[in-house]
Ligand binder design. Structure first.
Ligand SMILES: C[S@@+](CC[C@H](N)C(=O)[O-])C[C@H]1O[C@@H](n2cnc3c(N)ncnc32)[C@H](O)[C@@H]1O
Length: 198
């Protein structure tokens, strides 16, 4: 299983927005969601996409989209905006709730989500432009999790915490990509590895 965690420090935690870009850059969450879960004409069933939202009014909110459980998932921006609104409009989020098939919401921090995955044996990797090339590291675990920052990057405090659990800081190239483009590259690298293409 592949996990991606996007930390959006400003993403709104209620669905009362019109333009996701003006809702603490929720547009980045939408682009990452598309990049993580969509193939041409089908869903990646081996991917779980997580977004941790740190914006108002009730942070931190953990959204989880489980590829193997999604039904009627439409990956165009308009539909994803509607889905995000619906998920964020859930009144009580203290407990984990499945809002629609395969889409979960709960109140949980980035650090807690990372530790829970680590405790399940998932290999944690931080994505950063100045990390070790992804092509140079061993990705032998079956389950892997890649943690990304948003337009600002990961907060230092959280990054330092995650690095206590992470195997490596990895890079997909020497240039700064959009978070969503980084996810596309990681998915492509893992596809090639799994299909024995080097
Ligand atoms: C738009 S970038 C953030 C740029 C931000 N100014 C910073 O200093 O982190 C969003 C995220 O994409 C990931 N990213 C961007 N380029 C990357 C690269 N070449 N290799 C690995 N991760 C990358 C990182 O996780 C980064 O936090």
């Amino acid at each position: 299983m592949r996990h991606f965690i996007l930390f959006s420090r400003t993403g709104w935690t209620r669905g009362n927005f019109i333009d996701p870009k003006k809702a603490g850059r929720l547009d980045i969450v939408i682009h990452c969601l598309q990049a993580a879960l969509s193939l041409s004409g089908r869903i990646r069933k081996d991917v779980v996409f997580h977004a941790i939202l740190g914006g108002p009014p009730r942070p931190p909110v953990h959204l989880e989209f489980v590829g193997s459980k999604l039904k009627d998932f439409r990956s165009d921006e308009k539909e994803l905006t509607k889905l995000l609104r619906k998920v964020l409009n859930v009144k009580k989020i203290s407990e984990r709730i499945e809002v629609v098939d395969g889409v979960f919401v709960e109140k949980k921090s980035l650090q807690k989500v990372v530790v829970e995955l680590f405790n399940k044996g998932v290999g944690i990797f931080v994505l950063r432009e100045d990390g070790i090339s992804m092509r140079k590291i061993k990705l032998e675990e079956r389950d892997k999790c890649f943690v990304l920052g948003d337009f600002i990057g990961l907060p230092k405090k959280d990054e330092n915490f995650i690095l206590r659990y992470a195997k490596n800081v990895v890079s997909v190239g020497p240039l700064p990509y959009f978070a969503s483009h980084t996810i596309v590259v990681v998915n492509n690298e893992l596809d090639n590895l799994e299909y024995g293409i080097t």
